[in-house]
Design a protein around this ligand. Structure first.
Ligand SMILES: [Zn+2]
Length: 483
């Protein structure tokens, strides 16, 4: 029987308030409390606490063991999940928080992500202000009535998969699991392995990397910062090897829209994962100068908030939003939108959308992408070594040892067909292509992959300036290949 009472001593409530006080100070701001209470009421009333508590313990253990975990799944935009350390995505509106005195300042509506707030010092104590918050409503994961059961996928490094599963089994063993509540899933992932490897090689924790480093963000619109020309690497942006941002169609989007902020990259991620969002829709509007990245319908949660701004009531806005998760008929929703005076251009754009990506996933992907960009810019040797440690197993490394000219001029049987476009390509070819693109970029930056007799015939990244760095392939099962 679900707990109907508002239990003050519920363990999840106690943990959340402890974390909120630690983060926001003893005087927790009203906006934090009201969001937290909304979520806790749904969680406690429906008896959903266990997945959060178990996931929090697994993430704590992983962090203590030196591994990061990224969450995908419906709770990725929950303040409860955020305070418990399960997700890095803070769903509150953009705000500053002071690392010294915990003072909080809310940003104007014009800002879409706290990560885009300019560097400032705390008005109260002069301490360091950090920006956070991505403005994601809770309904998109709890449902309008708050009864949707939580679904948690924890993405971790291949090297940590077994540990994480053992920890999960141990935690499950110690909890009373209600039937019908999904058990968190542990999913091994290449990006987590690359970040772990580059963390080890550089000593720089991915979690400490700033999300507003202008030079790192410039990789998403130009090749200047990495010191190469577009001709040298056959791309006008420097995103080869960056998950979700390196493939041809997304590089075209980046080149055309020239994003310069974190929130614009979130829009790119949403538009590129959606169906009916870009081609024939946002692309045309932006090209004609009728729209911008910011005004494009890119994510599910944004659709819901836009509709509410236009005057659609919350429940209708929610059901319209859900229709873009499942590509459901839209007749009824159009009527509701007309009544609420949603602008014609918005209706037209909305009609073309068939599927929208959740914003919490987009934010999580972009956090990862910015980390990659930072390492790639500032620690190129370590970055390339880490990349090939994880991805080298899937490709013909011999091909990657060729020089710049050979890679450029390699015949089709060496260089996969459809070079620089990924769509419709077999996964093996796509992986090979991505490896060759990165090898081409390395050459242009004065580095190359070589088989070293000193390293027992193993592959190394070599640079005239910085020497060599070995590429030890990580162990993992071939069958679980993830691009
Ligand atoms: Zn302060």
């Amino acid at each position: 029987m679900p707990n109907q009472q508002n239990h003050e001593d519920d363990p999840i409530r106690i943990s959340c308030y402890n974390a909120a006080r630690q983060r926001y100070g003893d005087d927790v701001p009203e906006a934090v409390i009201s969001r937290l209470e909304e979520e806790l009421q749904h969680i406690v009333r429906n008896g959903f606490s266990d997945p959060y508590i178990v996931a929090a313990r697994i993430v704590d253990k992983a962090n203590a063991d030196g591994f990061t975990m990224a969450i995908r799944g419906s709770v990725g935009s929950s303040i409860v999940a955020y305070l418990l350390g399960i997700t890095e995505v803070n769903p509150l509106p953009p705000h500053y928080q002071c690392l010294e005195c915990r003072h909080v300042e809310w940003a104007a509506d014009a800002v879409d992500s706290g990560f885009d707030l300019p560097s400032e010092l705390c008005a109260k104590c002069g301490g360091k202000f950090v920006g956070d918050g991505h403005r994601i409503p809770y309904q998109t994961f709890f449902g309008a009535d708050g009864n949707t059961s939580p679904n948690i996928d924890l993405y971790t490094a291949w090297e940590y998969e077994e540990h994480a599963n053992n920890e999960l089994n141990y935690q499950m063993h110690n909890s009373i699991w209600r039937s019908g509540i999904p058990v968190p899933d542990i999913i091994p992932h290449n990006a987590a392995s690359v970040l772990k490897r580059v963390h080890t090689l550089t000593g720089i924790d991915p979690r400490s990397i700033p999300m507003n480093d202008p030079k790192a963000l410039s990789l998403f619109r130009s090749t200047d910062a990495i010191g190469v020309t577009p001709d040298q690497i056959k791309s006008k942006v420097a995103t080869y090897g960056i998950p979700e941002m390196g493939i041809g169609p997304v590089r075209d989007m980046l080149q055309m829209t020239q994003p310069s902020s974190f929130s614009e990259l979130v829009q790119i991620s949403g538009l590129s994962h959606g169906v009916g969002t870009w081609d024939g829709n946002a692309r045309e509007r932006i090209q004609e100068g009728a729209g911008t990245l910011r005004t494009s319908i890119a994510c599910r949660d944004q659709l819901m908030m836009d509709l509410m701004k236009f005057g659609v009531d919350m429940e209708t806005a929610y059901s319209i939003t859900v229709s873009k998760r499942k590509d459901l008929p839209i007749a009824e929703s159009v009527e509701a939108m007309l009544e609420s005076k949603v602008p014609a251009w918005y209706m037209e754009s909305y009609r073309k959308v068939r599927y929208l990506f959740p914003k919490s996933h987009a934010v999580s992907y972009v956090i990862s992408a910015v980390r990659y960009a930072f390492y790639k810019l500032h620690f190129p040797m370590e970055f390339y070594a880490a990349y090939f440690s994880v991805h080298g197993i899937d490709v013909d490394m011999e091909l990657c040892t060729r020089g710049e000219r050979d890679i450029r001029n390699s015949p089709e049987e060496v260089r996969p067909e459809g070079y620089h476009t990924l769509q419709g390509m077999a996964p093996e070819k796509a992986l090979q292509e991505m490896a060759l693109e990165l090898a081409l970029e390395m050459n242009a930056r004065g580095m190359r992959i070589r088989k070293s007799s000193h390293a027992g015939g193993r592959y190394v990244v070599e640079s005239e300036l910085y020497g060599t760095l070995e590429i030890p392939f990580i162990a993992r099962q071939q069958s679980h290949r993830v691009i």
